[in-house]
Design a protein. Structure first.
Length: 76
């Protein structure tokens, strides 16, 4: 393996690293800002389906019941 490939493998971009806890917090923040930007709702749905977040986790984070009911088909 060449030097360039080896260097690029060891570089990491921390902006792409997301834990389950930060995913829940990001979804909560996106729902709070949904009235401002409609595309946040789509990003929140993508994050929920990517991490397989449950309704219980989201309600503990503070997501309102109305938003959870709207996502009933996405959340198991």
């Amino acid at each position: 393996m060449g030097k360039c490939k080896r260097r690029s493998l060891y570089k990491s971009n921390t902006s792409y690293f997301m834990t389950r806890e930060t995913a829940v917090n990001n979804v909560f923040r996106m729902f709070k800002e949904t009235s401002k930007k409609q595309h946040n709702f789509k990003k929140a749905m993508d994050t929920i389906s990517l991490f397989g977040l449950s309704a219980e986790e989201l309600s503990e984070a503070g997501v309102s019941y109305e938003n959870l009911k709207a996502l009933e088909l996405v959340i198991n």
